[in-house]
Design a protein around this ligand. Structure first.
Ligand SMILES: O=C(CO)[C@H](O)[C@H](O)COP(=O)(O)O
Length: 268
């Protein structure tokens, strides 16, 4: 199965399993997988016309029609905002809603405890705000994103959003934390660093691969076994706005597998 089909499979499964006629406020993540989340939501807006009869793999479920006119969609980036508008869905802003019913988002890597690395698209600040405001945070991803421990697959480093004038200080502080490889993320077709939707820079911080299984920073700083510790240590650095480590946030993750099946991992 192609990567694109795998993303579509995971996205459709997440939408079909979790969105029903009572769902009203929906967070929309960012990235290429989320395009299929929105595609499926639009299809579910007219179940009969789109001949959706619950042929969802491994299930006889009858897909309920979504009353899209009654739903509001909260974006996590410029990209997802455009996706919402282009599909004629009702746009809401995060500061209007203290509580979101459900958010579906992609991820760059998800470990077996559902901790995730996000921010490959530099959207992790808003993604985290929307996820944290959600009663349910669901991940949909292709098969390349599933791992045992974080860092196994996403080797370009933890995305860290920083205030621009602080970037040099943060680079230095990360070095002192034992970070081995640091990159200020550069724009494509733009001279200089990328600028996030919030006007900030992104640093990708790689803490070094000791062997196939372990990431270590300093001798005391074990990456994989303690993503929450890594998150805390980086978040405390002056100038850091948000870290692309989503620890214990997702309730369930859906993956489109290479063989055309989907699998899900539930929070333990
Ligand atoms: O965190 C993200 C953006 O900041 C995305 O969710 C992540 O990069 C996954 O993207 P894709 O669905 O294109 O694989």
């Amino acid at each position: 199965m192609s990567l694109t089909d795998s993303k579509r499979l995971a996205a459709y499964k997440a939408v079909d399993t979790h969105l029903n006629s009572a769902t009203r406020i929906i967070g929309i993540g960012s990235g290429s997988t989320v395009v299929f989340v929105v595609e499926r939501i639009v299809q579910r807006g007219n179940v009969k016309k789109n001949k959706l009869d619950g042929k969802n793999e491994n299930s006889n479920q009858v897909l309920e029609e979504l009353d899209l006119a009654q739903c509001v969609f909260v974006p996590t980036s410029f990209q997802s905002r455009q996706l919402i508008i282009d599909n004629g869905l009702n746009l809401g802003e995060i500061d209007q809603y203290q509580e979101i019913d459900i958010t579906i988002d992609g991820a760059d890597e998800v470990d077996e405890n559902l901790n995730a690395i996000k921010g490959g698209g530099a959207c992790h600040l808003r993604e985290k705000v929307v996820a944290e405001s959600s009663k349910k945070f669901i991940i949909a991803a292709d098969y390349t994103k599933k791992s045992t421990v974080l860092g196994e697959k996403w080797i370009q480093g933890i995305p860290i959003e920083v205030i621009p004038f602080c970037y040099s200080l943060v680079l230095n502080s990360l070095r002192l934390l034992g970070c081995q490889n640091l990159n200020l993320r550069m724009g494509k077709n733009k001279a200089g660093p990328i600028i996030t939707d919030n006007g900030n820079f992104v640093i990708d911080a790689y803490f070094g691969k000791l062997d196939g299984q372990q990431f270590l920073g300093s001798d005391k700083f074990m990456f994989i076994n303690s993503p929450s510790e890594v998150l805390k240590r980086i978040k405390l650095l002056t100038g850091v706005v948000e870290v692309g480590l989503f620890v214990g946030m997702a309730e369930i993750a859906y993956f489109g597998e290479d063989d055309g099946h989907s699998v899900s991992i539930l929070k333990k």
